[in-house]
Design a protein around this ligand. Structure first.
Ligand SMILES: C[S@@+](CC[C@H](N)C(=O)[O-])C[C@H]1O[C@@H](n2cnc3c(N)ncnc32)[C@H](O)[C@@H]1O
Length: 270
């Protein structure tokens, strides 16, 4: 168990789908198609794959190619991905801890993908990944498509006096170690762009915010609860004020709005 439930991943998937930058996603898909002549069956390695959200975003149900090597340390999520896609896609599930980067099955990949992952990892991890992919480029050109990297911004309407303090505390929590070193949290998009540029890739980026309203109230309810849990131990937030914030936010889930910033990044070799 990774702490990411199937229910939560399902709940956010529609908002993720609307948020992804279409131009960057299409460019990533074209990068795979261009490989068709030299690699009949290109391989995508999806890091932190969960139940296969990136696969669903980049393929149609009738599209058998490419091969999807789904990497995650949560066996239950990978089993769900296989249950959903094993009959229609070529899936290679791989239970692995991203902490052991050198042991990850990146060999021969045309594209490395990840969604909502890199805010959990450290700068060291991204640097090591950029170095590994740069080395791999000598044999097989490989790109990186990293979508939905949280950028540290959240805007609510209507406003509540504690919004800024809660966001600051939440962003502090985002930077704590999630098992892969000090997490980048809000800096992940910028660090991806910097380190892949330094490693010699062409790097593209685009904003990909969640734009949530009353139609997303089940997801927003979970989001409020999750944020409150993450900041509950922060000494800068009074428990009674937090409770007031939670009650106010829950009372507005059907009429208010919430925008959470993300950045999508695509890095392709020259
Ligand atoms: C926020 S979820 C995103 C899942 C999926 N990419 C999506 O967009 O729905 C993060 C994923 O990273 C995986 N993960 C977190 N830490 C990991 C680690 N150390 N090794 C492998 N997978 C990890 C979790 O199990 C989870 O599936």
């Amino acid at each position: 168990m990774s702490g990411f439930s199937i229910d939560w991943l399902d709940l956010r998937e529609a908002a993720d789908g609307r948020a992804r930058d279409n131009a960057l996603r299409d460019q990533a898909m074209r990068w795979l198609e261009v490989s068709g002549s030299s690699h009949q069956n290109p391989v995508v390695v999806d890091l932190g794959a969960g139940t296969g959200s990136t696969l669903r975003a980049l393929t149609s149900p009738t599209q058998h190619l490419p091969t999807w090597r789904l990497v995650d340390n949560d066996a239950a999520l990978l089993a769900e991905a296989e249950r959903r896609h094993g009959a229609t896609h070529h899936i290679e599930p791989c239970i692995a801890d991203l902490a052991s980067l050198s042991a990850l099955p990146l060999d021969g990949a045309r594209l490395i993908t990840a969604s909502a992952l890199f805010d959990l990892v450290s700068e060291h991890f991204i640097g090591a990944l950029a170095t590994a992919l740069k080395a791999q480029n000598q044999q097989h050109p490989v790109g990186l498509y990293a979508a939905l990297n949280y950028d540290g911004t959240t805007h609510w309407t209507p406003r509540h006096p504690l919004d800024d303090a809660v966001l600051a505390a939440f962003n502090q929590d985002q930077r704590t170690d999630k098992g892969l070193g000090p997490a980048l949290g809000p800096d992940s998009g910028a660090v991806l762009q910097r380190l892949f540029t330094q490693a010699g890739f062409r790097v593209y980026s685009a904003s990909s915010p969640w734009v949530l309203d009353g139609a997303d109230q089940a997801m927003v309810t979970e989001l409020i609860t999750g944020i409150a849990g993450a900041v509950a131990d922060n000494p800068d937030i009074e428990p009674s004020s937090l409770e007031d914030w939670v009650q106010f936010r829950l009372s507005k889930v059907s009429t208010g709005t919430c925008t959470v910033g993300h950045t999508d990044v695509l890095a392709l070799p020259f």
